[in-house]
Design a protein around this ligand. Structure first.
Ligand SMILES: Nc1ncnc2c1ncn2[C@@H]1O[C@H](COP(=O)(O)OP(=O)(O)OP(=O)(O)O)[C@@H](O)[C@H]1O
Length: 390
């Protein structure tokens, strides 16, 4: 049923292109009033998913709905969804204004709206120029203007920052935030978490067509608390003192130091002092989202395992490991600068449980502290990616 909410729901979505599983059992919801980042490395299935959402590719299994209906059942799709997929091509001898006017006529929108959207995307002065001479960034803006013609409730943009300069990226960020703040829905894809980090409310991270994470960036950060790395002369005594003080997230790391989660360096140093343990070095590590993203999506091309260090036996809590993927990550973000590179998966004597409380993770270490963003529906990705959704 057409529920008019602006909600996007993806359930069990799967697409097989012959032997290639582009998308596998994908599920997520995009709520109105939010900007959602759809993230994954090249070839992870982002565009295929967006094409299924827009009725351009028929799913092998599962479904994607907009306002509670498959896209092709929406009464006036241009009024519901504005979409830009991939790099846009425009009739080279047509001006931006004429391009927009032809799309506006197709969906019953007046020329006044054409001028409005041109102004909205900052192309007013270039309106009479032929698109032949447009830069990639100007093409992105014109594609966005095309998508906005129907005053849609939902924007779906595939890699919208491509070709934009820093000022353009900042402008886009503000535009999308404002769009969402009016209770509308934004879904943007990117292969760079950093690019969308300041724009999105939540992210859906995929790798090899499968969901790795769905939630807010804060929740993602919270899965990996900071930790302290400490080098001391009597580790056993220090472990005892830490445990007595309620610090149970302790493990030894390959270089002989202890890693203590959920504590800061002062707490650890004070406890060591009290226990009479000499501390030779202490360092705080903080979660780095980009590394975390890389860790979750690594192996897209490497066919892990068998490349890089051995994968852990089980994924970190709340992460969906791809069935039969053989695991991830192939990145070991714990490696210390200057330390020999290798399969540092062995655990020391202070681990908790078979894996210890830490899987190799995306921490950035602080300095050591001594002593302390369519075209008409077709199928199978045969379209050339030109034009807007009208
Ligand atoms: N029409 C098609 N026929 C065969 N394979 C396809 C087709 N479209 C996509 N694929 C394959 O499906 C997988 C996912 O591709 P997709 O374009 O969805 O990834 P993506 O995450 O959008 O990548 P990128 O960031 O590089 O645009 C890839 O292996 C790709 O080669």
């Amino acid at each position: 049923m057409h529920d008019g909410t602006g909600r996007i729901v993806v359930q069990g979505l799967t697409k097989q292109f012959g032997p290639v599983t582009a998308v596998q059992n994908l599920g997520f919801t995009v709520e109105p009033g939010t900007v959602t980042g759809f993230l994954g490395p090249n070839g992870s299935g982002k565009t295929t998913t967006l094409r299924m959402l827009l009725g351009l590719v028929r799913p092998t299994a599962g479904q994607a709905t907009v306002n509670g209906r498959p896209f092709e059942q929406l009464g006036n799709p241009a009024r519901v969804v504005g979409a830009v997929l991939e790099a846009q091509s425009f009739h080279p001898t047509r001006s931006a204004l004429n391009h927009l006017r032809s799309f506006a006529a197709a969906i019953g929108v007046s020329d006044r709206v054409v001028n409005d959207v041109l102004g909205l995307v900052g192309l007013h002065q270039a309106g009479r120029r032929n698109t032949k001479g447009f830069s990639l960034g100007m093409r992105q803006r014109l594609a966005l203007a095309t998508a906005l013609l129907g005053d849609p409730q939902i924007l779906i943009l595939d890699e919208p920052s491509n070709g934009l300069d820093p000022e353009g990226i900042a402008w886009l960020r503000g535009f999308l935030r404002d769009f969402a703040s009016r209770g509308r829905t934004v879904l943007i894809s990117s292969h760079l978490l950093r690019e969308v980090e300041q724009t999105v409310d939540q992210v859906v991270i995929i790798s090899r067509g499968q969901s790795m994470y769905h939630g807010s960036l804060d929740q993602l950060r919270a899965q990996r608390p900071s930790r302290v790395l400490v080098q001391a002369d009597d580790l056993a005594t220090l472990v005892g003192a830490l445990q007595e003080a309620g610090h149970n997230g302790i493990e030894s790391i390959p270089d002989g130091r202890l890693a203590v989660s959920g504590a800061d360096s002062k707490q650890v140093a004070d406890l060591a002092l009290k226990a009479g343990v000499a501390v030779y070095g202490i360092q705080e590590e903080h979660v780095d989202l980009e590394s975390l993203f890389l860790e979750m999506t690594s192996g897209q091309y490497t066919g892990a395992p068998g490349f890089g260090p051995p994968a852990p036996q089980q994924p970190p809590p709340n992460w969906g490991q791809p069935p039969g993927s053989g695991g991830f990550p192939t990145v070991n973000p714990y490696q210390q600068p200057g330390a020999p590179q290798g399969p540092y998966q062995q655990q020391g004597p202070y681990q908790h449980g078979p894996q210890g409380p830490y899987q190799p993770g995306p921490y950035q270490q602080g300095p050591p502290q001594h002593s302390p963003y369519q075209q008409p529906p077709g199928d199978q990705g045969q379209s050339d990616g030109s034009g807007g959704n009208h």
